[in-house]
Design a protein around this ligand. Structure first.
Ligand SMILES: Nc1ncnc2c1ncn2[C@@H]1O[C@H](COP(=O)(O)OP(=O)(O)O)[C@@H](O)[C@H]1O
Ligand SMILES: [Mg+2]
Length: 293
């Protein structure tokens, strides 16, 4: 079974939804939202903190002591050449690496101050708080409606479902295109629509964080630009962590950028503007100006 399917299987078994943490979080962020000149700040209080995170696949080390603070309700992009550990790091955040037998994770990764690798953390509950969208749209061979409700708690009252489906599809900027065909298979949709359906499915359980692993790289330019617009909107309510190999995309949509380079090293992490205009490291400058990678 693929990781995606395993994740989806897992996230199907959910418990009740606690919305209070989200609204509390929003209150905390408001006062730091803009600076004195009204410019949106790249930083808010960190929601995720990585301390010396290392990952091995059997004896091969894929990440070398990653330290990072990911701000809440912002878009953090992770860029770097293929194989440098971007997906591996993303999978540390919701413990998807648990599903890979060869993977071993060391270090500390906290979500709102709680180490997600503590023994008392249930990975399934964690993944409800940390939704994920993959490179290749992977709707289930089910109706559009059932795709969106897939991750919801089956004990929710039936009546709430229609509302959640509408709200999630609206937030995923797909509602107008599908509202009259909710019973049709998700597989009937175009690639770009399928990806927005997967985003709707990921946000339906009301997660706090959305992880996106190259979510637009299988899409055409029009669909890509729709998904990019959507990501900017989602960051008003969610913390988005996105892997992209497209540097222009990172520059357009993110507040913070992490540059990973070969060997699983996080070389630089800073405000996106700083990374693209005046990076500290020559290797980063070489990478973003296309000298290698
Ligand atoms: N499931 C896996 N089993 C073994 N090695 C893996 C697995 N996933 C990734 N790796 C290895 O870990 C390194 C980092 O991979 P990955 O995180 O996928 O990089 P990126 O997303 O930046 O392309 C690569 O050397 C890759 O071959
Ligand atoms: Mg990857």
């Amino acid at each position: 079974m693929s990781q995606e399917n395993m994740q989806n299987e897992e996230s199907g078994r959910k418990e009740s939804t606690d919305k209070s943490s989200n609204s509390r979080a929003n209150e905390m962020v408001i006062e730091t939202e803009v600076d004195s000149e009204g410019v949106r700040r790249a930083d808010t209080r960190p929601i995720i903190t990585a301390r010396d995170v290392k990952v091995w696949y059997d004896s091969d080390q894929a990440l070398r002591g990653i330290d990072m603070e990911i701000p809440e309700n912002r878009v953090t992009a992770m860029i770097g050449p293929s194989g440098c550990g971007k997906s591996t790091f993303l999978r540390c955040i919701n413990r998807m690496n648990d599903l890979i037998d060869a993977a071993r994770v060391k270090g500390e990764l906290t979500l709102r101050g709680k180490n997600v690798y503590d023994d008392d953390v249930d990975p399934v509950a964690l993944r409800r708080r940390v939704g994920m969208v993959f490179q290749k749209p992977n709707p289930f061979p089910k109706s559009i409606y059932d795709n969106v409700t897939y991750g919801l708690n089956i004990q929710n009252k039936d009546g709430d479902y229609d509302e959640i489906v509408e709200k999630s599809l609206k937030r995923a900027a797909l509602w107008d295109e599908v509202k009259d065909r909710l019973d049709e298979s998700g597989l009937e949709l175009s690639g770009g629509q399928q990806q927005r359906l997967c985003i709707a499915r990921a946000i339906a359980p009301d997660p706090e964080i959305l992880l996106m692993d190259e979510p637009a790289s299988a899409l055409d330019p029009v669909a890509t630009s729709k998904v990019e617009d959507l990501i900017a909107e989602l960051a008003e309510d969610y913390t988005v962590v996105i892997v992209t190999h497209n540097m222009q995309q990172a520059a357009r949509i993110s507040d913070k950028t992490a540059v990973f380079l070969t060997g699983g090293e996080l070389v630089e992490f800073d405000d996106t503007q700083k990374i693209f205009e005046n990076p500290e490291h020559q290797r980063v400058e070489d990478y973003i100006t296309g000298k290698f990678g």
